[in-house]
Every structure is written in structure tokens, then in C-alpha cells.
Design a protein around this ligand. Structure first.
Ligand SMILES: [Fe+2]
Ligand SMILES: [Fe+2]
Length: 283
């Protein structure tokens, strides 16, 4: 399989899969005259596919005077009505496209993991790069977005890969490399480049499995990489339990984080998942 053909498919269809529970919340909100922009923001910022869509449009040449890398800014720039119709558009397309979905790659697990990493990244950023905390929340939300592209266009192959990774107890990205010849970080980076997302977000997506290779934005990418492993430790394993999830000592040292802070972050992550599940009626 090659990345180029996936790139062409992405150009033809820009919407990525959204959870049905979120779709129904979006449609309910769109009908509700009393819903506030804050209600919409709370949905937008808690879903990777919707975040991707809003940033994609905010960074398009029509609006793109400068790069937008937080959902709050994107919403205020596009305006509530535009956001509402974009989000409803994504949601409806999903309903219409309803098809057999991958069984091993569970999107609910993907969503929980993305939200956990975003939450952890925001806390780590507040400690280490406070100016970037919103941007890093978005980067955390989107770090595995390549998986949504793979699920959208190659659901059966992704399914097989997830099953293989579980059976072999290996990292999902290593299994992808074997089955596809590339992994979700390459796919996500292709998307980030194509959509002209901010370099901090694009680099986090590209290097989150190997942050030490990131020469440009190493601190922020390290934050995403650490948040990713903490989420795995919390049981937010993105469909592949049993992957190695120890945070390398060198990463913690480079970031300058005391170990007890990592435990606090994991607790907050777990709480945020419960809160969001309640908000979206996910059991
Ligand atoms: Fe990943
Ligand atoms: Fe991840």
C-alpha cells in the first residue's frame, strides 16, 4: 500500500469518522434554539474528527491570514453559524455513509484515547509551555488522526493490523509498518501538511512515537509523547492493550517532570473521560 494513494483519497473526501453518540449530540444541539456557542465549543473540542474539520477550514486559504491552532480561536474566527453548519455537515455525511465498520478498531476506544491524551497534554503544557496549552490540547486530540484516515479508507486492513498487534503484544504503529509499509504518524503528518496545520501540531503528529527525532518542536512533541504513554497506562489503550507503555527516563528528564506529577495527570485524565462520557451519553 502506498501513502500517495491515501493522500489522493484524502483530497477527495475531507470528512473523517465521528462517533454516532457525538453525531446525535451535534444534531440535537443544532436544533436547540437555546444552545450557546459554549455548548458547541464543548462538543467541537472533544472530538478529533470535528476538531480536524474546523481547523482545516479555519486554515484554508479563504480564511487563512494566519495559522489557527486552537478550537476556541477557530470558532470565533469562523463564526457560530459557519461552525454549526460544518459540524452538522460532518455529522450528516456520517449518517449517510453508515457502513460496516471495523470491529477490532473500535472508534469509542480511539475517542477515549484521543481525549485522554489531549487532557494530559493540556496539563503538561500548563506546567512546561503555558503559552501553548490550547495548541497542545489540539495536538493531543489530533496526534493519532492518521488512524481515522486509515479507518475511513482501509477499515478491513486496519482491523487485521489491530488484531495482529494485540496477538503479538506489539505497538500498533510497528504492526502498521509491517502491514501497510507506513504507520499512522506518517498518515497524520501527510494530513497535517496538506491542511497546513501549525508546525507544532504537525510535528506532534509526525513524531509522537519518537519525540527525540523532532529537532524543531521537541518540547511540545515530548509533551504529546508523554501524554500518549500516560493515557496507555490509564487503560486508554486505543484498541491495543498490552503495548509497551513505560515513559522513557530520558523523556521525563528532558521535560523536567517529577514522577508524582505524572500520577496526578493520570487521575485528571480518567476524570475527564468520565465527564465527557456523561456529557455525550456514552456508557
Ligand atoms: Fe500514535
Ligand atoms: Fe496515541
Amino acid at each position: 500500500m502506498d501513502l500517495r494513494s491515501l493522500e489522493i483519497k484524502v483530497s477527495r473526501s475531507e470528512n473523517l469518522p465521528v462517533l454516532p453518540q457525538i453525531v446525535s449530540q451535534v444534531l440535537k444541539l443544532a436544533d436547540d434554539q437555546d444552545a450557546s456557542p459554549k455548548d458547541m465549543e464543548r462538543i467541537v473540542e472533544r472530538d478529533p474528527a470535528i476538531t480536524a474539520k474546523i481547523l482545516r477550514v479555519a486554515n484554508s486559504s479563504y480564511y487563512g491570514l494566519q495559522q489557527v491552532s486552537s478550537t476556541g480561536r477557530a470558532i470565533s474566527m469562523l463564526g457560530m453559524n459557519a461552525v454549526r453548519s460544518l459540524v452538522v455537515g460532518v455529522a450528516y455525511q456520517q449518517v449517510i455513509a453508515g457502513r460496516a465498520l471495523a470491529s477490532h478498531f473500535n472508534k469509542l476506544e480511539f475517542w477515549r484515547h484521543s481525549l485522554g491524551v489531549a487532557t494530559g497534554a493540556r496539563i503538561l503544557a500548563k506546567l512546561k509551555l503555558p503559552m501553548r496549552s490550547e495548541e497542545l490540547y489540539v495536538a493531543g486530540m489530533m496526534h493519532d488522526v492518521g488512524l481515522l484516515v486509515m479507518d475511513r479508507f482501509h477499515p478491513l486492513e486496519l482491523d487485521k493490523t489491530v488484531k495482529f498487534a494485540i496477538e503479538e503484544g506489539m505497538c500498533l504503529h510497528d504492526a502498521e509498518q509491517l502491514m501497510f509499509g507506513f504507520d499512522h504518524s506518517h498518515v497524520g503528518a501527510m494530513l497535517a501538511d496538506k491542511w497546513a496545520l501549525a508546525p507544532v501540531i504537525a510535528d506532534a503528529v509526525r513524531y509522537h512515537h519518537d519525540p527525540m527525532s523532532d529537532d524543531e518542536n521537541q518540547q511540545s512533541t515530548l509533551i504529546i509523547a508523554v501524554a500518549n504513554l500516560l493515557a496507555h497506562q490509564c487503560g486508554l489503550t486505543n484498541n491495543v492493550p498490552g503495548q509497551p507503555n513505560e515513559v522513557p527516563e530520558a523523556w521525563v528528564e528532558q521535560l523536567g517532570l517529577p514522577a508524582e506529577q505524572l500520577e496526578i495527570i493520570k487521575n485528571v485524565m480518567a476524570q475527564e473521560i468520565v465527564k465527557a462520557e456523561q456529557a455525550f451519553g456514552i456508557g
